[in-house]
Design a protein around this ligand. Structure first.
Ligand code: 9MR
Length: 354
């Protein structure tokens, strides 16, 4: 699965760069001007109840984002409600610890509350979308400096070249919904950095090239229309079974850069569903995949952030969809379920300092 040569190459570069087990992403390092911030999405429950979880976030992160608190589902249980408690708690923790909070996400097809099914027609859709963005972005104006404005706009591919992913906005507004989301966010907070975020563009499994192609076309069109877009998020939910399509990633980020946009690594983790069970082998493959992904990105441009989707294997979305058949717990993240750094952390730390 991972050739001995690959393991050795990686050991010599990333893995050898820092002592395994060292937690080097602390605040002193964060003060160094050139370190790329490391970030993670966080869950409020353990943030409030678990000392070890808090300590891990404090030790490693310079940036955090609420994992779900800004999804429409929990935020907007009814048309009139905005429940900011979750995101506010994450922001308070960030501010108390000298970190920034990233906004995830304003427009996404996922976790939409039932009442939004009733949104009908362009006028109502535009009203609901702009009201939402105005309320959320204005609440955090000057505090949340980066927003994932539109999340996962490209549909999955069934072998074909995918189109835009169906959602209530596309249905009611057509593809101009993306322009509208960005323009509204920009009007509300002109200083905010606005990002479009997408997954499955890095794997050598045959699907990524098609998704990259469509995503790039969308990005080029947005830039050509003068839409206030500043960055492109490569989520990086890497499918561990496959090699990284290094040339594809390099070409993609090069083009992002030539369009004057920044690359962001927004949701890195390695889906270890079908990797070998043995922990040493599995962790090495996970680290190698992330290494190859980050190396290909860095060859084209230094990203603005390297963020993982969670920090510890104890709290990860991966088993929701990718529970292992052998019953072993998933290990997709930089710290294990006892908050010990894994080889993946060393890779991330190495690239943050690069
Ligand atoms: O991690 C999130 C998980 O807790 C939620 O249940 C899930 C809802 O669909 O969304 C997860 O986060 C997703 C993120 O917002 C967008 N990219 C994919 C992430 C994993 O599904």
């Amino acid at each position: 699965m991972l050739s001995r040569r690959r393991m050795l190459t990686m050991t010599a570069s990333a893995m050898g760069a820092v002592a395994v087990g060292a937690a080097t992403g602390n605040k002193a390092e964060a003060a160094r001007p050139r370190r790329i911030p490391y970030g993670a999405c966080v869950r409020v429950d353990p943030l409030q109840k678990e000392l070890d979880y808090r300590a891990a976030i404090q030790t490693y992160c310079q940036q955090i984002t609420p994992e779900g608190g800004l999804f429409w589902g929990p935020l907007r249980p009814t048309r009139d409600q905005f429940r900011f408690e979750n995101a506010d708690a994450v922001l308070a923790f960030a501010e108390a610890n000298g970190m920034t909070m990233r906004g995830h996400t304003l427009i996404w097809y996922g976790t939409m509350p039932k009442w939004t099914d009733d949104i009908e027609g362009a006028a109502e859709a535009e009203h609901e979308m702009t009201t939402h963005i105005e309320r959320v972005v204005s609440r955090y104006r000057g505090k949340v400096k980066t927003w994932h404005v539109v999340n996962e706009p490209i549909d999955d591919t069934k072998g074909d070249v995918p189109g835009l992913r169906p959602n209530i906005w596309l249905r009611n507004l057509g593809d101009r919904y993306i322009d509208l989301a960005f323009r509204t966010a920009h009007e509300v907070d002109p200083a905010a950095e606005l990002v479009i975020n997408e997954y499955d563009i890095e794997c050598a499994d045959g699907t990524s090239p098609k998704r990259r192609e469509v995503f790039l076309k969308l990005i080029r069109d947005l830039v050509a229309r003068g839409v206030p877009l500043h960055g492109v998020g490569l989520q990086g939910h890497i499918k561990g079974k496959y090699e990284i399509d290094r040339d594809g990633v390099y070409g993609f980020v090069s083009e992002i850069r030539s369009l004057g946009l920044k690359a962001h690594v927004t949701e890195l983790d390695v889906i270890d569903y079908d990797l070998p069970g043995r922990i040493g082998t599995r962790d090495a493959i996970v680290a190698a995949r992330a290494h190859d992904f980050l190396e290909a990105i860095f060859a084209a441009a230094r990203p603005s952030v390297i963020a993982t989707w969670g920090i510890t294997d104890r709290y990860t979305w991966v088993p929701i969809w990718y529970k292992r058949r052998d019953g072993l717990p998933n290990r997709p993240l930089p710290l294990d379920d006892h908050y010990q750094p894994k080889p993946l952390w060393n890779v991330i730390d190495y690239f943050c300092n690069k």
